[in-house]
Every structure is written in C-alpha cells, then in structure tokens.
Write a protein that binds this ligand. Structure first.
Ligand code: DAH
Length: 343
C-alpha cells in the first residue's frame, strides 16, 4: 500500500512541477483527492485489509492524503501570490476619472432632503456653505459664546482629540468662519455631519446631520426667522404649514426658541408621528447673541441676526416616514435606495 501511495505522491509532485496557475492546482486536487481521485480510490481497498492491519493501513492512507494536500496547497499559495502581484503590477489599470457607465445608484435620502432644503434656501437668496468636521475649541464653543467651563458644554458630550481640537458637536461651529467671511447682509445655510458621544438608540446617533442657517442684516427680527422657516417647511412638506415658538435656551442666541410645526401629517389632529400632540418639535433657533456677532467681527450695535439649527436626520425621518435614526447610517440599501429625488 505504501508503494501505491508513494507512486501517487510522485505523480502529484511531477504534475505540480508543470503547473503554473491556481486553476490547474484545483484540477489536480480533484484528480488526486476528489471523490473519484487517485487516493480516494485506495481507500476502497480498506475493506479487503485484514482487521489486524486496518489501523496501520488507514494511518498510511491518511498520511498520504495529508501530504498530497500539503504539496498542492503550498504550490497554490505560491501561485496565488504571483497572480496577485501580476495583477497589481501590470494588467489592471483603472482610470477613475472616466464617467460612470451603466451604474445603478441612488442618492442617500439624507442627501435628497438636504438638497431640497438647500434649493429652497438658495431660491430665497442664501448661500450654501461648508463646515469642517474637525474643529477648533474656539469655533465649536468659544466663538458661539460657550466659554471654557460653561455648563452648556455638558449639553454636548464631546469627542475631544489629543491635540485639543474636537469633532464638531454642532454645525454652529461654522458660524464664526461664515460671519468673518462675508460682510452683512449675510444669508447662509450650512449643512454638516456632527458628532456626540451619545448612547445610540432609535432617536439618538453619535453621528448625525444638522442644517444650520444664519441671517445677519440691519434690523433682523424674529419675524424674519419665522418667515424663512415657514417658507422652507411649506415647500418641503408641500403644503402651507403653521409654526409656533416656545422659549428655549442656547448660549449663542438671545432670546432662544424651540420652533414647532403643526403636524403636517394629521394637520394637528393628532397621529403617531406627532405622538398625538398635534405639534412636532423641529428647530431650535433664536436671535444671534451679540457676543457671537462680536467674535465674528460684526458690530451688534449696527447689525442683528437670527439663526436656526435644523436636525437634518429628523427632517429626513419625518418627510420619508423612517422611524429609526440608525437606519440612516446603516447602509441598508433595501431601505435607503427606494427614495428618489423629485426636484
Ligand atoms: N447648535 C444647537 C445644537 O446643536 C442648535 C441650534 C440652536 C443652532 C439654536 C442655532 C440656534 O443656530 O440658533 O444643539
């Protein structure tokens, strides 16, 4: 039996000498170790082996099988590496600048709603600005009137970086740069990804999106704030909406408000979306605090401003009927790819 096994192992070695592709390795594996392979065939003789010898012969066969597999695998690993290197070094050159052909994709629902909101604001004379995700402590806190050790910092569980910077906790972090970039009158919206060290559940994410806006001009009033927000919400919900203000607190606005919208799904009669309250809390806002204007190089004696910070994820969930914020970051294409851009 050992001779027969050695014969097959020699055959395997000889074949491996000639082979130069992983596909051929696989074919040889079938030839030697497959269901009707050469070694497998030897196992059939086991029933003819006298009982006393069975253990020894069985051992021999098993060792032969293991050795054959080892020989084939070693060559296969070697060839795999060689094929990979060849692919990297030569053949496959992809031109990533070419236009996408025949690619079926869809925009993320958050991108869709963000674009819709941006378009409404642009139509009302706003510019769309960008913000950084890694921010200085100054921009994220100090410039928006949240000095060191201010208790308001506790409202935003912050990811601090080793170099003293932060992952921006709110889009308000872009306010200072925008106030410095433009001279009044200023109308700007700035969407962005924000980060807070939150416990994640159906309505909280550690990574979420806001869309913030500022208006700075002579004699800006709460009336302007209400007007622009009503216009925007009416366009997004495709019907005239009603809003109301409740007192709120934010260090960067004085006075501060919470803006609610009368539930656009039940017209305020009460439904699961508004938890039967008839109103949906949507947008913290207020009149920009004089200190924030000063940090931005704007004289609060001459100019006033209002600001709002829309929870973009919440807007997306509301307008599309998504109930769990975690879906938005999930990459669940079944859910996320069914929304289409209709403006
Ligand atoms: N930055 C606030 C937050 O993330 C939201 C906010 C409130 C933004 C009031 C504003 C504002 O511009 O006026 O909690």
């Amino acid at each position: 039996m050992q001779d027969k096994i050695n014969e097959i192992l020699d055959y395997t070695k000889a074949k491996l000498e000639e082979i130069d592709s992983t596909a051929e390795c696989q074919a040889l594996r079938v030839d030697v170790l497959g269901k009707s392979g050469k070694i497998t065939a030897l196992f059939r003789f086991m029933k003819e082996v006298p009982p006393a010898e069975k253990g020894k012969v069985g051992q021999m066969l098993n060792n032969g099988k293991i050795e054959a597999e080892r020989l084939i695998s070693a060559k296969e690993t070697f060839l795999e590496q060689a094929e990979l290197e060849k692919e990297i070094n030569s053949a496959e050159k992809i031109d990533i600048t070419l236009p996408i052909k025949g690619c079926k994709g869809s925009l993320h629902p958050r991108t869709i709603i963000q674009k819709q909101i941006e378009d409404v604001f642009v139509s009302m004379g706003f510019v769309v600005e960008d913000g950084n995700e890694v921010e200085t402590e100054y921009n994220n806190f100090i410039a928006v009137n949240v000095p060191e050790n201010h208790p308001a910092r506790d409202m935003q569980d912050t990811f601090w970086l080793n170099n003293g910077q932060v992952l921006k906790t709110h889009t308000s972090a872009a306010q200072n740069r925008i106030l410095k970039k433009y001279t009044p009158p200023i109308r700007a919206v700035f969407p962005g990804r924000c980060f807070r060290n939150e416990d994640v559940d159906a309505s909280h994410e550690n990574t979420f999106f806001q869309l913030e806006g500022v208006i700075v001009d002579k004699d800006v009033s709460v009336g302007n704030l209400i007007y622009f927000m009503k216009e925007m919400l009416s366009k997004i919900f495709k019907k005239e909406v009603e809003v109301r203000l409740r007192p709120g607190f934010f260090p960067f606005t004085e006075p501060s408000f919470e803006m609610d919208v009368r539930c656009p799904f039940c017209d305020g009669k009460g439904c699961p979306t508004c938890k039967n309250g008839g109103w949906i809390e949507l947008c913290p806002c207020g009149m920009i605090h004089p200190n924030v204007l000063r940090h931005g190089g704007i004289d609060p004696e001459q100019y006033s401003g209002c600001a709002f910070g829309l929870g973009l994820d919440r807007m997306v969930m509301l307008s599309l009927g998504i109930h769990d914020i975690r879906e938005l970051n999930s990459g669940n294409l079944k859910l996320l790819s069914q929304f289409k851009l209709d403006i």
